[in-house]
Design a protein. Structure first.
Length: 447
Protein backbone atom coordinates (compact mmCIF):
# COMPACT_ATOMS: atom_id res chain seq x y z
CA UNK A 1 0.00 0.00 0.00
CA UNK A 2 1.45 3.38 -0.98
CA UNK A 3 2.09 5.78 1.88
CA UNK A 4 -0.03 8.88 2.29
CA UNK A 5 1.34 12.32 1.53
CA UNK A 6 1.10 13.21 5.22
CA UNK A 7 3.68 10.53 6.03
CA UNK A 8 6.24 11.93 3.62
CA UNK A 9 7.99 15.28 3.53
CA UNK A 10 9.65 15.45 0.10
CA UNK A 11 7.52 17.78 -2.08
CA UNK A 12 8.28 15.88 -5.30
CA UNK A 13 7.45 12.62 -3.59
CA UNK A 14 4.11 14.07 -2.54
CA UNK A 15 3.38 15.14 -6.11
CA UNK A 16 4.31 11.71 -7.47
CA UNK A 17 2.09 9.94 -4.97
CA UNK A 18 -0.79 12.28 -5.80
CA UNK A 19 -0.46 11.96 -9.58
CA UNK A 20 0.76 8.45 -10.33
CA UNK A 21 -1.89 5.79 -10.94
CA UNK A 22 -0.92 3.24 -8.30
CA UNK A 23 -3.12 0.55 -9.84
CA UNK A 24 -1.17 0.83 -13.09
CA UNK A 25 2.11 0.61 -11.18
CA UNK A 26 1.03 -2.63 -9.56
CA UNK A 27 -0.28 -4.04 -12.86
CA UNK A 28 3.30 -4.43 -14.06
CA UNK A 29 4.17 -8.13 -13.65
CA UNK A 30 7.90 -7.56 -14.28
CA UNK A 31 7.74 -10.20 -17.03
CA UNK A 32 10.26 -8.37 -19.25
CA UNK A 33 8.33 -8.49 -22.53
CA UNK A 34 8.81 -4.72 -22.77
CA UNK A 35 12.61 -4.89 -22.67
CA UNK A 36 13.36 -5.77 -26.31
CA UNK A 37 10.74 -3.26 -27.45
CA UNK A 38 12.35 -0.33 -25.61
CA UNK A 39 14.86 1.78 -27.59
CA UNK A 40 16.80 3.06 -24.58
CA UNK A 41 17.14 -0.42 -23.07
CA UNK A 42 18.34 -1.76 -26.41
CA UNK A 43 20.98 0.97 -26.56
CA UNK A 44 22.24 0.61 -22.98
CA UNK A 45 21.19 -2.81 -21.65
CA UNK A 46 20.44 -1.14 -18.31
CA UNK A 47 17.35 -2.19 -16.36
CA UNK A 48 16.62 1.37 -15.25
CA UNK A 49 16.51 2.42 -18.92
CA UNK A 50 13.56 0.10 -19.56
CA UNK A 51 9.81 0.56 -18.99
CA UNK A 52 9.90 -2.13 -16.32
CA UNK A 53 12.81 -0.38 -14.61
CA UNK A 54 11.18 3.04 -14.74
CA UNK A 55 7.93 1.65 -13.34
CA UNK A 56 9.94 0.01 -10.54
CA UNK A 57 11.50 3.39 -9.76
CA UNK A 58 8.10 5.10 -9.70
CA UNK A 59 6.68 2.42 -7.42
CA UNK A 60 9.69 2.56 -5.10
CA UNK A 61 9.12 6.29 -4.65
CA UNK A 62 5.39 5.93 -3.98
CA UNK A 63 6.08 3.08 -1.54
CA UNK A 64 8.56 5.25 0.34
CA UNK A 65 11.55 3.06 -0.52
CA UNK A 66 13.60 5.75 -2.27
CA UNK A 67 13.84 9.48 -2.70
CA UNK A 68 13.14 10.96 -6.16
CA UNK A 69 16.58 12.46 -6.68
CA UNK A 70 18.36 13.75 -9.78
CA UNK A 71 18.98 10.21 -11.03
CA UNK A 72 15.26 9.49 -10.84
CA UNK A 73 14.49 12.64 -12.85
CA UNK A 74 17.12 11.68 -15.43
CA UNK A 75 15.57 8.26 -16.00
CA UNK A 76 12.14 9.77 -16.54
CA UNK A 77 13.64 12.24 -19.01
CA UNK A 78 15.56 9.52 -20.89
CA UNK A 79 12.34 7.79 -21.93
CA UNK A 80 11.40 8.62 -25.52
CA UNK A 81 7.71 8.08 -24.84
CA UNK A 82 7.46 5.98 -28.02
CA UNK A 83 5.16 3.52 -26.20
CA UNK A 84 6.46 0.49 -28.07
CA UNK A 85 6.27 -1.25 -24.70
CA UNK A 86 2.47 -1.06 -24.62
CA UNK A 87 1.67 -3.46 -27.50
CA UNK A 88 4.28 -5.84 -26.05
CA UNK A 89 2.78 -5.81 -22.54
CA UNK A 90 0.53 -8.81 -21.71
CA UNK A 91 -0.90 -6.95 -18.69
CA UNK A 92 -1.91 -3.89 -20.75
CA UNK A 93 -0.02 -1.50 -18.47
CA UNK A 94 -0.71 2.10 -19.52
CA UNK A 95 2.94 3.10 -19.47
CA UNK A 96 2.39 6.23 -21.56
CA UNK A 97 0.04 7.60 -18.93
CA UNK A 98 2.47 6.75 -16.13
CA UNK A 99 5.44 8.51 -17.72
CA UNK A 100 3.35 11.62 -18.37
CA UNK A 101 2.08 11.59 -14.79
CA UNK A 102 5.65 11.29 -13.51
CA UNK A 103 6.85 14.15 -15.71
CA UNK A 104 3.89 16.27 -14.63
CA UNK A 105 4.90 15.79 -11.00
CA UNK A 106 8.56 16.50 -11.75
CA UNK A 107 7.65 19.70 -13.60
CA UNK A 108 5.84 20.95 -10.48
CA UNK A 109 9.22 21.06 -8.72
CA UNK A 110 11.64 21.66 -11.58
CA UNK A 111 14.65 23.80 -10.75
CA UNK A 112 15.67 25.78 -13.82
CA UNK A 113 17.52 28.99 -14.45
CA UNK A 114 15.73 32.11 -15.70
CA UNK A 115 16.75 31.48 -19.33
CA UNK A 116 15.32 27.96 -19.61
CA UNK A 117 12.23 28.96 -17.64
CA UNK A 118 11.66 31.81 -20.06
CA UNK A 119 12.21 29.64 -23.13
CA UNK A 120 9.69 27.07 -21.92
CA UNK A 121 7.13 29.74 -21.08
CA UNK A 122 7.60 31.36 -24.49
CA UNK A 123 7.33 28.08 -26.38
CA UNK A 124 4.58 26.28 -24.46
CA UNK A 125 2.38 29.16 -23.34
CA UNK A 126 3.02 32.17 -25.54
CA UNK A 127 3.47 30.64 -29.01
CA UNK A 128 2.13 27.10 -29.54
CA UNK A 129 -1.43 27.74 -28.28
CA UNK A 130 -1.90 30.95 -30.31
CA UNK A 131 -2.42 30.68 -34.06
CA UNK A 132 -1.75 34.36 -34.81
CA UNK A 133 1.57 34.23 -32.98
CA UNK A 134 2.51 31.05 -34.82
CA UNK A 135 1.75 32.80 -38.10
CA UNK A 136 3.99 35.70 -37.12
CA UNK A 137 6.74 33.30 -36.11
CA UNK A 138 6.39 31.51 -39.45
CA UNK A 139 6.55 34.81 -41.32
CA UNK A 140 9.68 35.83 -39.41
CA UNK A 141 11.35 32.49 -40.18
CA UNK A 142 10.42 32.89 -43.84
CA UNK A 143 11.94 36.38 -43.85
CA UNK A 144 15.06 35.02 -42.13
CA UNK A 145 15.55 32.64 -45.05
CA UNK A 146 14.49 34.82 -47.99
CA UNK A 147 16.32 37.95 -46.85
CA UNK A 148 19.68 36.23 -46.79
CA UNK A 149 20.02 36.44 -42.99
CA UNK A 150 20.16 32.65 -42.78
CA UNK A 151 23.05 32.49 -45.23
CA UNK A 152 24.77 35.38 -43.47
CA UNK A 153 24.44 33.68 -40.07
CA UNK A 154 26.08 30.58 -41.48
CA UNK A 155 28.91 32.41 -43.26
CA UNK A 156 29.68 34.61 -40.27
CA UNK A 157 29.98 31.68 -37.89
CA UNK A 158 27.13 32.96 -35.71
CA UNK A 159 25.53 29.50 -35.80
CA UNK A 160 28.53 28.16 -33.90
CA UNK A 161 27.09 29.85 -30.82
CA UNK A 162 24.52 27.03 -30.75
CA UNK A 163 25.20 23.39 -29.80
CA UNK A 164 26.10 21.08 -32.68
CA UNK A 165 22.84 19.12 -32.59
CA UNK A 166 20.82 22.34 -32.87
CA UNK A 167 22.93 23.49 -35.83
CA UNK A 168 22.29 20.14 -37.49
CA UNK A 169 18.53 20.42 -36.97
CA UNK A 170 18.48 24.00 -38.29
CA UNK A 171 20.21 22.78 -41.42
CA UNK A 172 17.35 20.40 -42.32
CA UNK A 173 14.42 22.61 -41.34
CA UNK A 174 12.00 23.15 -44.25
CA UNK A 175 10.95 26.60 -45.36
CA UNK A 176 8.55 28.12 -42.82
CA UNK A 177 5.49 30.16 -43.70
CA UNK A 178 2.89 32.37 -42.09
CA UNK A 179 0.26 31.20 -44.59
CA UNK A 180 -1.13 27.89 -43.44
CA UNK A 181 -3.72 25.62 -44.99
CA UNK A 182 -6.66 27.82 -43.99
CA UNK A 183 -5.15 30.89 -45.65
CA UNK A 184 -4.38 28.91 -48.80
CA UNK A 185 -7.61 27.04 -49.49
CA UNK A 186 -10.27 28.36 -47.10
CA UNK A 187 -12.47 26.74 -44.46
CA UNK A 188 -14.33 24.25 -46.69
CA UNK A 189 -12.97 22.15 -49.56
CA UNK A 190 -15.46 20.10 -51.61
CA UNK A 191 -15.28 16.39 -52.32
CA UNK A 192 -14.48 15.17 -55.82
CA UNK A 193 -17.49 13.24 -57.11
CA UNK A 194 -20.11 11.89 -54.75
CA UNK A 195 -19.44 12.93 -51.15
CA UNK A 196 -18.77 10.01 -48.80
CA UNK A 197 -18.49 11.99 -45.57
CA UNK A 198 -17.73 15.41 -44.12
CA UNK A 199 -14.45 15.49 -42.19
CA UNK A 200 -12.39 18.08 -40.34
CA UNK A 201 -8.64 18.44 -40.76
CA UNK A 202 -6.59 18.80 -37.62
CA UNK A 203 -3.95 21.17 -38.97
CA UNK A 204 -1.60 21.17 -35.94
CA UNK A 205 0.59 24.03 -34.77
CA UNK A 206 4.17 23.58 -36.02
CA UNK A 207 2.79 21.35 -38.78
CA UNK A 208 0.97 24.32 -40.31
CA UNK A 209 4.09 26.51 -40.12
CA UNK A 210 6.80 24.10 -41.29
CA UNK A 211 4.71 21.67 -43.36
CA UNK A 212 1.81 23.78 -44.60
CA UNK A 213 2.11 22.25 -48.07
CA UNK A 214 1.56 18.80 -46.54
CA UNK A 215 -1.64 20.06 -44.91
CA UNK A 216 -2.82 21.39 -48.29
CA UNK A 217 -1.97 18.09 -49.98
CA UNK A 218 -3.82 16.22 -47.22
CA UNK A 219 -7.00 18.19 -47.91
CA UNK A 220 -6.72 17.62 -51.67
CA UNK A 221 -5.95 13.92 -51.26
CA UNK A 222 -9.02 13.53 -49.03
CA UNK A 223 -11.08 15.40 -51.63
CA UNK A 224 -9.87 13.01 -54.35
CA UNK A 225 -10.92 10.12 -52.12
CA UNK A 226 -14.46 11.49 -51.76
CA UNK A 227 -14.43 13.56 -48.58
CA UNK A 228 -15.61 17.11 -48.01
CA UNK A 229 -13.02 18.75 -45.75
CA UNK A 230 -13.58 21.57 -43.28
CA UNK A 231 -10.83 23.38 -41.37
CA UNK A 232 -12.24 24.93 -38.18
CA UNK A 233 -10.34 28.22 -37.64
CA UNK A 234 -10.56 28.12 -33.83
CA UNK A 235 -8.72 24.81 -33.43
CA UNK A 236 -5.42 24.98 -31.55
CA UNK A 237 -2.33 22.91 -30.68
CA UNK A 238 -3.23 19.35 -29.61
CA UNK A 239 -1.19 19.60 -26.40
CA UNK A 240 1.04 16.57 -27.02
CA UNK A 241 4.32 18.46 -26.62
CA UNK A 242 2.99 20.01 -23.43
CA UNK A 243 1.97 16.65 -21.95
CA UNK A 244 5.26 14.97 -22.89
CA UNK A 245 7.12 17.82 -21.16
CA UNK A 246 5.14 17.81 -17.92
CA UNK A 247 2.80 20.70 -18.75
CA UNK A 248 -0.37 18.67 -18.20
CA UNK A 249 -2.72 21.45 -17.14
CA UNK A 250 -1.85 23.46 -20.23
CA UNK A 251 -2.46 20.30 -22.30
CA UNK A 252 -5.92 19.99 -20.75
CA UNK A 253 -6.74 23.60 -21.56
CA UNK A 254 -5.87 22.97 -25.21
CA UNK A 255 -7.85 19.73 -25.21
CA UNK A 256 -10.94 21.53 -23.93
CA UNK A 257 -10.69 24.14 -26.67
CA UNK A 258 -10.24 21.53 -29.42
CA UNK A 259 -13.01 19.27 -28.15
CA UNK A 260 -15.46 22.17 -28.16
CA UNK A 261 -14.32 23.40 -31.59
CA UNK A 262 -14.54 20.08 -33.43
CA UNK A 263 -17.81 19.03 -31.79
CA UNK A 264 -19.45 22.16 -33.16
CA UNK A 265 -18.05 21.56 -36.68
CA UNK A 266 -20.71 18.95 -37.53
CA UNK A 267 -18.29 16.39 -38.97
CA UNK A 268 -18.14 12.60 -39.16
CA UNK A 269 -14.40 12.34 -38.52
CA UNK A 270 -11.46 14.45 -37.39
CA UNK A 271 -8.49 13.63 -39.59
CA UNK A 272 -4.86 13.80 -38.52
CA UNK A 273 -1.78 13.61 -40.75
CA UNK A 274 0.68 13.69 -37.83
CA UNK A 275 1.06 10.52 -35.78
CA UNK A 276 2.01 12.37 -32.60
CA UNK A 277 -0.97 14.72 -32.76
CA UNK A 278 -3.44 11.99 -33.68
CA UNK A 279 -2.25 9.76 -30.85
CA UNK A 280 -2.83 12.53 -28.33
CA UNK A 281 -6.25 13.40 -29.73
CA UNK A 282 -7.45 9.78 -29.41
CA UNK A 283 -6.60 9.94 -25.70
CA UNK A 284 -8.58 13.08 -24.93
CA UNK A 285 -11.10 10.79 -23.25
CA UNK A 286 -8.48 9.88 -20.66
CA UNK A 287 -7.08 13.41 -20.43
CA UNK A 288 -10.50 14.94 -19.69
CA UNK A 289 -12.19 12.06 -17.89
CA UNK A 290 -12.26 13.92 -14.56
CA UNK A 291 -13.64 17.11 -16.12
CA UNK A 292 -17.41 17.02 -15.65
CA UNK A 293 -18.01 19.73 -18.24
CA UNK A 294 -15.71 18.39 -20.97
CA UNK A 295 -15.47 14.63 -20.37
CA UNK A 296 -18.20 13.83 -22.91
CA UNK A 297 -16.68 16.16 -25.51
CA UNK A 298 -13.29 14.53 -24.95
CA UNK A 299 -14.80 11.09 -25.55
CA UNK A 300 -16.52 12.32 -28.69
CA UNK A 301 -13.32 13.69 -30.22
CA UNK A 302 -11.24 10.67 -29.18
CA UNK A 303 -13.71 8.30 -30.83
CA UNK A 304 -13.78 10.21 -34.12
CA UNK A 305 -10.09 10.96 -34.64
CA UNK A 306 -8.54 8.94 -37.46
CA UNK A 307 -5.31 8.98 -39.43
CA UNK A 308 -5.62 10.14 -43.03
CA UNK A 309 -4.33 6.85 -44.48
CA UNK A 310 -6.76 4.77 -42.42
CA UNK A 311 -9.73 6.88 -43.45
CA UNK A 312 -8.89 6.66 -47.16
CA UNK A 313 -8.30 2.90 -47.03
CA UNK A 314 -11.34 2.06 -44.90
CA UNK A 315 -13.91 4.57 -46.15
CA UNK A 316 -12.62 6.40 -49.22
CA UNK A 317 -12.35 5.87 -52.94
CA UNK A 318 -8.74 4.99 -53.69
CA UNK A 319 -7.29 7.39 -56.27
CA UNK A 320 -5.10 6.00 -59.04
CA UNK A 321 -1.42 6.52 -58.20
CA UNK A 322 1.50 6.30 -60.61
CA UNK A 323 5.22 7.04 -60.42
CA UNK A 324 6.83 9.05 -63.19
CA UNK A 325 7.94 6.81 -66.03
CA UNK A 326 11.36 5.30 -65.35
CA UNK A 327 13.51 2.52 -66.76
CA UNK A 328 12.94 0.46 -63.63
CA UNK A 329 10.71 0.68 -60.54
CA UNK A 330 11.50 3.38 -57.98
CA UNK A 331 12.23 1.87 -54.57
CA UNK A 332 10.39 3.33 -51.59
CA UNK A 333 10.45 2.43 -47.91
CA UNK A 334 8.58 3.53 -44.79
CA UNK A 335 9.47 4.55 -41.24
CA UNK A 336 6.59 4.05 -38.83
CA UNK A 337 5.53 6.90 -36.60
CA UNK A 338 5.72 5.35 -33.12
CA UNK A 339 2.52 6.98 -31.90
CA UNK A 340 0.65 6.17 -35.09
CA UNK A 341 1.62 2.51 -34.78
CA UNK A 342 1.58 1.98 -31.01
CA UNK A 343 -1.29 4.25 -29.98
CA UNK A 344 -3.51 4.71 -33.05
CA UNK A 345 -2.78 1.09 -34.11
CA UNK A 346 -2.22 2.13 -37.69
CA UNK A 347 0.64 0.54 -39.59
CA UNK A 348 -1.05 -1.34 -42.42
CA UNK A 349 -3.00 1.50 -44.09
CA UNK A 350 -0.01 3.67 -45.13
CA UNK A 351 1.67 0.59 -46.58
CA UNK A 352 -1.44 -0.40 -48.50
CA UNK A 353 -1.60 3.05 -50.08
CA UNK A 354 2.09 3.02 -50.98
CA UNK A 355 1.70 -0.37 -52.63
CA UNK A 356 -0.99 1.12 -54.87
CA UNK A 357 1.60 3.31 -56.64
CA UNK A 358 2.25 1.96 -60.10
CA UNK A 359 5.92 1.97 -61.00
CA UNK A 360 7.13 1.87 -57.38
CA UNK A 361 8.77 -1.03 -55.56
CA UNK A 362 8.02 -1.09 -51.84
CA UNK A 363 10.89 -2.42 -49.71
CA UNK A 364 10.13 -3.05 -46.04
CA UNK A 365 12.91 -1.62 -43.88
CA UNK A 366 14.30 -3.78 -41.10
CA UNK A 367 12.94 -2.61 -37.75
CA UNK A 368 10.80 0.06 -39.38
CA UNK A 369 8.67 -0.05 -36.23
CA UNK A 370 11.57 1.10 -34.02
CA UNK A 371 11.72 4.73 -32.89
CA UNK A 372 13.88 7.03 -35.01
CA UNK A 373 14.89 9.15 -32.00
CA UNK A 374 12.76 12.20 -32.75
CA UNK A 375 10.08 11.71 -30.07
CA UNK A 376 8.68 15.25 -30.02
CA UNK A 377 11.60 17.38 -28.84
CA UNK A 378 13.66 14.46 -27.51
CA UNK A 379 16.27 14.93 -30.26
CA UNK A 380 16.82 18.46 -28.88
CA UNK A 381 16.75 17.66 -25.15
CA UNK A 382 18.54 14.28 -25.34
CA UNK A 383 20.74 14.60 -28.44
CA UNK A 384 23.26 11.87 -27.53
CA UNK A 385 20.72 9.07 -27.15
CA UNK A 386 18.66 10.37 -30.09
CA UNK A 387 21.81 10.36 -32.22
CA UNK A 388 22.65 6.76 -31.32
CA UNK A 389 19.16 5.59 -32.21
CA UNK A 390 19.18 7.53 -35.48
CA UNK A 391 22.54 6.07 -36.51
CA UNK A 392 21.19 2.53 -36.15
CA UNK A 393 18.00 3.50 -37.95
CA UNK A 394 19.97 4.79 -40.92
CA UNK A 395 21.97 1.57 -41.13
CA UNK A 396 18.70 -0.22 -41.88
CA UNK A 397 17.45 2.57 -44.13
CA UNK A 398 20.57 2.51 -46.27
CA UNK A 399 20.22 -1.25 -46.74
CA UNK A 400 16.94 -0.71 -48.62
CA UNK A 401 18.61 1.45 -51.31
CA UNK A 402 15.34 3.40 -51.37
CA UNK A 403 14.93 6.57 -53.37
CA UNK A 404 12.21 7.78 -51.00
CA UNK A 405 12.02 7.36 -47.23
CA UNK A 406 8.37 7.97 -46.31
CA UNK A 407 6.83 8.61 -42.92
CA UNK A 408 3.61 9.92 -41.35
CA UNK A 409 4.76 12.38 -38.71
CA UNK A 410 6.56 15.74 -38.99
CA UNK A 411 9.04 14.99 -36.20
CA UNK A 412 9.98 11.67 -37.80
CA UNK A 413 10.30 13.41 -41.16
CA UNK A 414 12.78 15.97 -39.80
CA UNK A 415 14.72 13.23 -38.02
CA UNK A 416 14.96 11.15 -41.18
CA UNK A 417 16.09 14.22 -43.14
CA UNK A 418 18.82 14.65 -40.54
CA UNK A 419 19.74 10.97 -40.80
CA UNK A 420 20.02 11.18 -44.58
CA UNK A 421 22.20 14.29 -44.23
CA UNK A 422 24.54 12.76 -41.65
CA UNK A 423 24.76 9.07 -42.52
CA UNK A 424 25.66 8.65 -46.13
CA UNK A 425 22.40 8.80 -48.06
CA UNK A 426 22.46 12.47 -49.11
CA UNK A 427 21.78 12.86 -52.82
CA UNK A 428 20.37 9.37 -53.34
CA UNK A 429 17.57 9.23 -50.75
CA UNK A 430 14.86 11.78 -49.99
CA UNK A 431 12.59 11.89 -46.95
CA UNK A 432 8.94 12.76 -47.62
CA UNK A 433 5.63 12.73 -45.83
CA UNK A 434 3.58 9.86 -47.24
CA UNK A 435 0.73 12.27 -48.07
CA UNK A 436 3.01 14.44 -50.22
CA UNK A 437 4.37 11.41 -52.03
CA UNK A 438 0.90 10.05 -52.78
CA UNK A 439 -0.71 13.33 -53.82
CA UNK A 440 2.13 14.13 -56.19
CA UNK A 441 1.48 10.79 -57.89
CA UNK A 442 -2.25 10.96 -58.45
CA UNK A 443 -2.66 9.92 -62.09
CA UNK A 444 -5.76 12.05 -62.72
CA UNK A 445 -5.18 15.71 -63.70
CA UNK A 446 -5.05 18.07 -60.71
CA UNK A 447 -6.59 21.51 -60.46
Amino acid sequence: MAKTTEELGNPLKKSLIAKLDYDQLTNCMRCGFCLPACPTFRETGLEQESPRGRIALMKAVTDGLMEPDGSFRDQMDHCLGCRACEPACPADVKYGQLIEQARDAIEDHAERGPLMTGVRRLFFKSILPHRNRLKRAGSLLAFYRKSGLRALARRSGAMKLFPEHMREMENVLPDATGRGVLERIGEVYPAKGEKIARVALFRGCLMDVLFAETNVNTVKLLSEAGFEVVIPPSQTCCGALHAHSGEMEQARELARANAKTFRSADVDYVVSNAGGCGAFLVEYDHLLHDDREYAELGEWLASRTVDVANLIVERGRLPAFAEAEAAEPVTITYQDSCHLRNVMKSSDAPRRLMRQVSGAHYCEMKESDRCCGSAGIYNVTQPEMAGQILRHKMEHANETNARYMLTSNPGCLLQMKLGIEKHGAKGRMEAKHVVDYLYERIAAPKE
